[in-house]
Write a protein that binds this ligand. Sequence first.
Ligand SMILES: Nc1ncnc2c1ncn2[C@@H]1O[C@H](COP(=O)(O)OP(=O)(O)OP(=O)(O)O)[C@@H](O)[C@H]1O
Length: 262
Amino acid sequence: MPSQADPAVSLRNVSLVFGGGRGLLRDPATVQALRDVDADIPAGQFVTIVGPSGCGKSTLLRLVAGFAEPTAGEVLAAGAPITGPGPDRGIVFQQPRLFPWLSVRRNVEFGLRTTRTPRARRDRRADELLRLVGLADAASRRPYELSGGMQQRAAIARALAPDPDILLMDEPFAALDALTRERLQEELRRIWQQTGKTVLFVTHSVDEAVFLGTRVIVLSKRPGRIVLDRASTLPGEDDPHAHQDFLTLREEIAATVREAAA
Ligand SMILES: Nc1ncnc2c1ncn2[C@@H]1O[C@H](COP(=O)(O)OP(=O)(O)OP(=O)(O)O)[C@@H](O)[C@H]1O
């Protein structure tokens, strides 16, 4: 039975082998994506996950999303085994994946249509979230009328619509230009502070991982396992980028990722 004391997410000795099969059906072309990943993530943490390309970062998020099952070990949300996707977990991908024929408001409230929420309440919720992500003026526009950064804001609002406890983000800012990316990083930090969600955020950027995370996890090259799991408590300044603690931590994480990739 889940309780308040349970971590938002528990990864218990999680391993995943693609194309495993059993006995005579065993596929020779197996890929071990993850090995013995073990971590508890308390509610409200902002965890960033970095590591070499192909080390299993997206696979780890897919397990928590409920899109895949571990070959060994357990993945739990609030103490209960994850058996599939659920409204307690919202997802933001690298591409916004908005429905082009729907307005921004309709895209955001789409996730609530399967619930029994009345239309007026769904609209109110969508507008509230569009305000939160700074898109109040774009509610009636179509996705193709928005910049890439605005589309990604809409995708964040859509993921938040069912009020999930956990937000899973797979390189959500990787396709954006540098200035938009910085702006959205700051906005995401503010949104996280305002909503108190548990966030798991995959990125290739060490800078982004250290700036956003209250905890940074580094995975080794494939099969991914945790080689560093570090609190990232930066001074509560508006821009910690120039602060010595930020620079020291960024260098430590970058060195670990370089070693992990070797
Ligand atoms: N459905 C699948 N079937 C077989 N192999 C897969 C599948 N999904 C992922 N893989 C393999 O598992 C490994 C981990 O992939 P994953 O996408 O999780 O890595 P990643 O760290 O997110 O990569 P990147 O940083 O390049 O996005 C890779 O070798 C990939 O080719």
